[in-house]
Write a protein that binds this ligand. Structure first.
Ligand SMILES: *Cc1c(COP(=O)(O)O)cnc(C)c1O
Length: 367
């Protein structure tokens, strides 16, 4: 019996042709696919500008710099995220200040964020976790610069019809192989601000101004460039994005049906109040009575990959040791983090595979 993987990208002849085209052109970096991918991505989201970067993490770093985050500042963010969103402020010697999450959406709770504001707060960094739109209108009302971690949220739409990442704040997307769209490694920052676009374009390329020669640099920069090979793959992936998102949405609906009625099992929240999820992962919270490690082992014995997803960031050893965090600070996050398990989820997951996962989970939970 073949093991069902957690994630698998959709790649085909279009991506192969795109890569070959770049190889044959001889221009592997700083070529025409970069602005082409940026323009297509920005158009897709309905936002003015996009900057291709080497990863979602690099995008978060440059977006925070563009928002003015510096040493001694605080950035309010979610402890229930992939660690990159909390690490990014630390690159600038700013401090990530966590605030608890909303129990339904698992996104930063705007009231908890408001309570965490101090005179050192320079920005708020909401994460659209698992592709569900964070409550941006409430966060915007706090009146601070906003930088969005949209790395899991390509295809998500806010209640007002604006795409996640399309509100004009710098928003970072990630293109690692498990994301809705992949370039292998890669990322994109969207922004409504031409000056932010210019700054990020320069800082990703060693601080080079657009009109400067190769070896002239007027500010500190990094090498956070995305190659033409990656951008060509990204363009091919954009062409099939609607089909891939539809495949994920179909798999989610099938899971919902197949997992209905298991006592104590919490499924991902349904879309509400007009917000629409861009499906990224299918994460369930196990019943409080069950042993998560044993559940994951038993699923593996039945040919089903799964993993704890996500751990609470403030309880990771680096964060405990550096910032003195401990259990009990963010009870909603800690409860969710202790019970969450990601199930196999990708566009080409078949109904038969979903049935197998559901059957295995029912068996393991003694249902
Ligand atoms: C994937 C991801 C990132 C960034 O990932 P990279 O591997 O750097 O591209 C950042 N935040 C969240 C929430 C993510 O899921």
């Amino acid at each position: 019996m073949e093991e069902i993987p957690l994630a698998r990208p959709v790649l085909g002849a279009a991506e192969e042709e795109a890569v070959l085209g770049v190889l044959r052109s001889g221009q592997l970096s700083l070529g025409p696919r970069v602005p082409a991918f940026e323009a297509a991505f920005a158009a897709r989201l309905g936002v003015a500008h996009a900057c291709a970067v080497s990863s979602g993490t690099a995008g978060l770093h440059l977006a925070l710099r563009a928002a003015g985050v510096r040493e001694g500042h605080e950035v309010i963010t979610s402890p229930f995220s992939f660690v990159a969103s909390a690490n990014a402020p630390i690159y600038e010697r700013a401090r990530p200040v966590f605030a608890d999450i909303d129990a339904r959406t698992l996104n930063l709770d705007p009231r908890a964020a408001a309570a965490a504001i101090t005179e050192r707060t320079a920005a708020i960094l909401p994460v659209h976790i698992f592709g569900y739109p964070a409550d941006l209108p409430a966060i915007e009302a706090l009146g601070l610069p906003v930088v969005e971690d949209a790395c899991e949220a390509l295809g998500a739409v806010h209640a007002d019809g604006v795409a996640v990442g399309g509100r004009g704040h710098p928003a970072a997307f990630g293109f690692y192989a498990n994301k809705q769209l992949t370039t292998g490694e890669g990322g994109m920052v969207t922004t409504g601000d031409r000056a932010v676009k210019a700054r990020i374009d320069s800082e990703r390329n060693q601080g080079r101004a657009p009109d400067m020669g190769w070896l002239d640099h007027d500010r500190l920069g990094f090498n956070y460039r995305l190659s033409d090979i990656a951008c060509a793959i990204g363009l091919a992936q954009l062409d099939r994005l609607d089909a891939m998102l539809a495949g994920r949405a179909r798999a989610a609906a099938a899971y919902r049906e197949a997992l209905a009625g298991i006592e104590g099992l919490t499924l991902p929240c349904e879309d509400a109040a007009g917000d629409r999820r861009g499906w990224f992962v299918f994460v369930v919270q196990l019943p409080r009575s069950s042993d998560r490690d044993a559940t994951i082992r038993a699923l593996r014995e039945r040919g089903v990959q799964s993993k704890p997803y996500l751990p609470a960031i403030h309880l990771m050893s680096y964060y405990r040791e550096t910032f003195g965090h401990r259990e009990g600070e963010f009870p909603v996050c800690e409860d969710v983090a202790a019970r969450s398990v990601a199930l196999p989820f990708f566009p080409e997951l078949t109904d038969g595979q979903i049935e197998r996962v559901a059957l295995a989970l029912r068996e393991v939970l003694g249902h």
